[in-house]
Design a protein around this ligand. Structure first.
Ligand code: ADP
Length: 574
């Protein structure tokens, strides 16, 4: 064997696969074709499982969610030109959400670039606006170093997307095995030497002490938990902070579960009161962007003092909070806990602020439960969501990962579905991206194999990437996709008569789809299980059977097209 390996050569595809494996990658999502087919199988041979998708867009969303769920970069592989363009969806989505992703694309041969080659595109220029780093291997020897460098860049500072371009001629170049092994070893050694230790905290205005002191002296303190805190795995530290101080907490949609929704200090059901009246808000891993009403009146009090904890210094510079702490959320909250331990305080449950939040939350929950308790047929949004919530809760721990998208389906679902474990909710995120659902499902199933994955999808969101049900079946993933079928975007044709005029008035409404479409049959077409559901009992039975089976299933739930509202809770923006 020794003489074999002495004579053996390694091509660019094999070297890229080995470099990815050596850098710790375990999964890669993508679509193969010229010139990356060999790269996918070489990576798999080296130990990086390749999940082959039907469209790069979904594969990109999968890679983005994988980055969030695992804290390690999700890998996206695309072909050149149009494949790269499709991949931009996932790359940009990852960067917008601050999730680590490395997109690797093949590109046309360097000698033919600029001459109209097959699928030619300047992919570095195309990816730059969406990537923290965009680099090209111009020779095979570049590959190991750039793989390590680009992967490290995805997770350094604020996590995000990076891009690695490997032209087809580089993929086909070869090196002697011994040289390849030396390059891999050198890249690994360099990356260990330059690996940044966890970011040190840095206070821009005061310190950890100041943050603890502000919380201690606040009359109406609040902890806001964002998806950055979930990504940082700060659940233990935040739970401790809430438990020891008695301060109510409010999670953002994907911050749900970091501290359990069932915790008595959850302010989720008293959100308007909590953000409208708090005087000090400790915001951990969440941007004061549209999701948090920019931290401004009228939703927030004009006098609120923000303590922002974020790994990204620019974010803190942008928001100019009362106290800014740059650092890893887990580490910073641990330091705040330590500071509080030395000079403890705790709001009792009868503290006026805590009591007002808990009372408001309880009243709102009771009102919501009264609505949820009704079995409304034809089905509205609330009845099926209650049944789905109860089925998910009955699964216990480890809790299923819930994937959610759509307008009403996602908005109402966020209020009804319960997250008691961190990183068990994935949704349209910072960009409000629709079409993410099926990709997320595949990522969650491979990243969290012990958990069931349950997608609660509007029919529009589902339709963006519904072909990936074939991918679910091919890999036999434990994913149950529930489609809320109300005949279109926001519920099909809701036009007023004055909108139905002109030469194309007989066309279907821009918002409508084929009524009562047989989405479950798409799953059956590939050998998965499909259910058509119109009543509460049919839904209960479909959930119970599909959750038990842990096999790919689509449950097509027919919803009253007049239930729900246009644009969900975003009507003011439409
Ligand atoms: P949400 O949508 O939940 O409000 P955002 O995506 O707006 O959350 O904000 C997440 C923030 O978390 C980003 O500003 C990002 O820089 C930050 N972040 C990412 N990783 C960490 C970490 N390890 N520690 C602290 N903050 C982090």
């Amino acid at each position: 064997m020794a003489s074999d390996s002495a004579a053996a050569t390694v091509d660019g595809s094999a070297l890229a696969g080995r470099a990815l494996a050596a850098a710790g990658a375990r999964h890669m999502f993508g679509v193969v074709g010229i010139p990356v087919t060999s790269l996918a199988s070489r990576a798999a041979a080296a130990g990086v499982r390749f999940l082959a998708f039907r469209n790069e867009q979904s594969a990109g969303y999968a890679a983005a969610a994988y980055g969030f769920l695992t804290g390690t970069p999700g890998l996206l592989l695309t072909v050149s030109g149009p494949g790269c363009v499709h991949g931009l969806a996932g790359l940009s989505h990852a960067t917008a959400n601050a999730w680590p992703l490395l997109m690797v694309s093949g590109s046309c041969a360097q000698a033919d670039a600029g001459r109209g080659d097959f699928q030619e595109l300047d992919q570095i220029e195309a990816t730059k606006p969406f990537a923290k780093l965009a680099v090209k291997a111009t020779t095979i020897a570049d590959i190991p170093r750039l793989v390590f460098q680009a992967l490290a860049a995805t997770v350094s500072g604020r996590p995000g997307g990076c891009y690695l371009d490997i032209p087809s001629d580089v993929l086909h170049q070869t090196l002697p095995e011994s040289e390849a092994a030396a390059l891999l070893a050198a890249a690994a050694a360099d990356s260990t030497a330059s690996a940044s230790s966890p970011p040190k905290h840095k206070t821009l205005d005061g310190g950890i002490e100041k943050a603890a002191d502000l919380l201690r002296r606040a009359e109406r303190p609040l902890v806001v938990i964002g998806k950055g805190a979930a990504y940082a795995r700060s659940e233990e530290a935040l739970r401790k902070l809430v438990d020891t101080t008695g301060v109510p907490f409010l999670p953002t949609p994907m911050g749900k579960g970091v501290v359990p929704d069932a915790h008595p200090l959850s302010a989720t059901a008293a959100r308007s009161l909590a953000i409208g009246q708090c005087d000090v808000a400790l915001v951990v891993g969440a941007r004061l962007n549209w999701l948090l009403h920019f931290g401004e009146p009228p939703k927030w009090s004009k006098d609120v003092k923000f303590i922002l904890v974020d790994v990204c210094e620019d974010e803190i510079e942008l928001r100019k909070p009362h106290v800014g702490i740059v650092g890893d959320a887990k580490r910073v909250v641990e330091l705040i806990n330590k500071e509080i331990k030395d000079n403890p305080f705790c709001l009792s449950r009868s503290h006026p602020w805590v009591e007002s939040i808990t009372k408001k939350a309880k009243d709102n929950v009771l009102k919501m439960e009264a609505q949820l308790a009704k079995d409304v047929v034809p089905l509205n949004f609330l009845t099926p969501l209650r049944i789905i919530r109860d089925a998910i809760l009955a699964e216990g721990s480890p809790a299923p990962v819930v994937v959610s998208e759509g307008a009403n389906t996602m908005d109402v679902g966020r209020a009804v579905l319960v997250q008691n474990e961190p990183r068990t909710r994935l949704d349209a995120g910072t960009w409000g991206t629709m079409g993410v659902g099926l990709g997320y499902c595949i990522a969650a199933a491979v990243a969290e194999p012990e958990r069931l994955v349950v997608a609660v999808e509007g029919d529009s969101g589902y339709g963006f990437s519904a072909m990936e049900v074939e991918t679910l079946v091919r890999y036999q993933l434990p994913v149950v996709v529930i489609v809320f079928n109300n005949n279109g975007v926001y519920g099909g044709d809701r036009r007023s008569p004055d909108e139905i005029t002109g030469p194309y008035k007989d066309d279907p409404a821009p918002t409508s789809f084929v009524p009562a479409a047989g989405y479950h049959k798409m799953m059956e077409a590939f050998g998965g299980k499909g259910y058509l559901v119109e009543t509460p009992d049919e839904l209960k039975s479909a959930l119970s059977e599909s959750f038990r089976a842990r096999k790919p299933a689509v449950i097509n739930v027919i919803i009253d097209p007049y239930a729900g509202s246009e644009s969900g809770r975003m009507q003011h923006k439409n």
